[in-house]
Design a protein around this ligand. Structure first.
Ligand SMILES: Nc1nc2c(c(=O)[nH]1)N[C@H]1C(S)=C(S)[C@@H](COP(=O)(O)O)O[C@H]1N2
Ligand SMILES: [Mo]
Length: 508
């Protein structure tokens, strides 16, 4: 019977074999594609299966770091199961081996079930499991005190630890090399660097100089591309080669259209400023950004396909299976709904949808902003649902009018006298018509709006408060042509948060 110490060593053998499994799988996945890596495949299946409340919790707790947290959680679970396999194998080989086979099968099935799975999707999981089994077998044989080990215990122990550490280290190196090579060799970055963005046929109207309030701490009116919020379900960024990219327009159309990259580049491209926002943005949150996009008006493309009269929805789909349901009317009513290829004059960053994504003013991203888009299906809201609709979110997602206080920061201490309060408001495709600020439960005062960069962009504002010493809660609200935003608090699910943003400040 194994003693306590032997149990610890057996667990260690399991962990080392687990590392070898992941390392081999990650290296093999270099040949079969990043989503076939067991950690990525199982993580992806987990993301898709996660109930809305948990995803909501993860997004609000970890923000955009939720993918990192998921990855760490997965590794912890896998290593715990590997340790268990080691302990079982030391008692009876068949038990441990069964656990490894079951885990390999789960990972293989997860990889085969991914939306972009090829025929070899399960190969990394199988190869990893085989390597793991062989490693575990060797390490268990070398456990100190195992039968047919004539050397003294101390020597056996040292030899065991050396071999185990070496196996574990090889596994870790395999994972790191697999990930690093995968990230650089996967082409999209290289393809992106070679692209020259054509001149717009229609340039965006000039931006007034005064769109940016002159107040330190207010976020830039134009969000730098490398600071633009990123939200998607992709655990590894899809790598799409523009040369082989096509967009298929089909479903309820008079004529199917397939668009290629060269045709898209050769089209009359339109430039437009649009503020994208995520439906998961809490009141006062920063899952929102403003940029200059360049793309083919979706109306032009749809006109070629000629949707039938009863179609009312465009179901867009990305290479990785994400879908969004956009009202057909929002794509044809004259707004700057684009099949975008550039952000700030550069090809789309890979994580923001390279080579092609959708951008639709006035609608939350989950119903409109499909990145890595490859398919548009004309259909009806009555007949089909999209990725987030299947997970409890509303089929329709117009952006709600919102405002946020950026200065002073929550909890700030400011000297008595004139205090500048400032921030940003948005009401995409309706336009911000006013912003008001309130101290405690006092009356609302009009803020000064910064220059207007267009109804599809957010708008900055500022207000000077004659502050006396004390502790105060400040509130902000914005109006659009339909009136003021509501102060009633609502959660982000199912169709976007409402309520006033507020900060507490101390005046000294
Ligand atoms: N392929 C794909 N496109 C997607 C998503 C996704 O998960 N996958 N998320 C959508 C959501 S919820 C938002 S808010 C926007 C965010 O775009 P960004 O990451 O460029 O800011 O992308 C949209 N497009
Ligand atoms: Mo979103």
């Amino acid at each position: 019977m194994a003693g306590r110490q032997d149990t610890g060593l057996a667990a260690l053998a399991g962990v080392a074999a687990g590392a070898v499994t992941l390392g081999v799988a990650s290296l093999v996945a270099l040949l079969t594609g990043p989503t076939t890596d067991p950690l990525v495949a199982v993580g992806g299946a987990f993301v898709d299966a996660t109930p809305a409340w948990l995803k909501d919790f993860a997004a609000s707790t970890f923000g955009t770091a939720d993918k990192v947290v998921l990855g760490i959680g997965e590794v912890v679970v896998v290593l715990a199961l590997a340790a268990l396999a080691g302990v079982l194998a030391a008692r009876r080989w068949a038990w441990g081996a069964t656990l490894v086979v079951v885990l390999g099968a789960v990972a293989g099935l997860a990889a085969m079930g991914r939306p972009d799975a090829g025929t070899l999707a399960a190969v990394p999981a199988v190869a990893g499991a085989i390597a793991g089994l062989l490693t575990l077998r060797e390490l268990i044989r070398r456990l100190p005190g195992a039968p047919a080990r004539p050397r003294p215990e101390g020597v056996q122990r040292r030899a065991f630890l050396q071999v185990t550490a070496a196996a574990g280290a090889l596994g870790v190196v395999g994972v790191l090399v697999g990930r690093a090579v995968g990230a650089t060799a996967r082409g999209a970055q290289t393809a992106r660097a070679a692209i020259r963005i054509p001149r717009p046929a229609v340039t965006a109207p000039p931006v007034p100089a005064g769109v940016q309030v002159d107040v330190d701490g207010v976020v830039p009116w134009q969000t730098p591309a490398d600071e633009f919020y990123r939200i998607d379900t992709a655990l590894v960024v899809p790598q799409v080669d523009p040369e082989t990219w096509t967009l298929r327009v089909h479903g309820m159309v008079a004529e199917e259209v397939t668009l290629t990259w060269d045709e898209l580049l050769g089209s009359d491209l339109v430039e437009a400023w649009v503020t994208l926002a995520c439906v998961s943005n809490p009141v006062g949150g920063d899952l929102i950004g403003n940029q200059k996009w360049l793309g083919l008006p979706l109306a032009d493309l749809l006109a070629r396909a000629r949707p039938t009269d009863d179609a009312d929805m465009v179901l867009s789909r990305s290479v990785d299976g994400f879908t969004a349901s956009t009202p057909l009317a929002a794509l044809t009513d004259g707004r700057d709904a684009l099949l975008a290829i550039a952000m700030d004059g550069e090809p789309l960053p890979v994580e923001h949808g390279f080579p092609v994504r959708m951008v639709v003013p006035g609608l939350y991203g989950y119903v409109s902003a499909t990145k890595w888009v490859t398919e548009l299906k004309l259909t009806r809201f009555a007949d089909e649902t999209a990725y987030w609709t299947d997970r409890g979110w509303s089929p329709q997602g117009p952006i709600k009018t919102q405002s946020r206080i950026e200065v002073p920061r929550p909890g700030a201490s400011v000297p008595a006298g004139p205090v500048v309060v400032a921030g940003t408001a948005w009401a995409q495709h309706r336009g911000v018509t006013g912003v008001q600020v309130r101290v405690e439960q006092g009356s609302w005062s009009d803020a000064t709006l910064a220059d207007d960069g267009g109804i599809d962009s957010w708008r900055q504002w500022s207000w000077t408060w004659d502050a006396e010493p004390g502790e105060y809660q400040l509130y902000v609200r914005a109006s659009d042509p339909q009136g003021y935003q509501t102060g009633a608090r609502a959660d982000v699910i199912p169709d976007g948060a409402t309520g006033y943003d507020t900060v507490r400040v101390r005046v000294t």
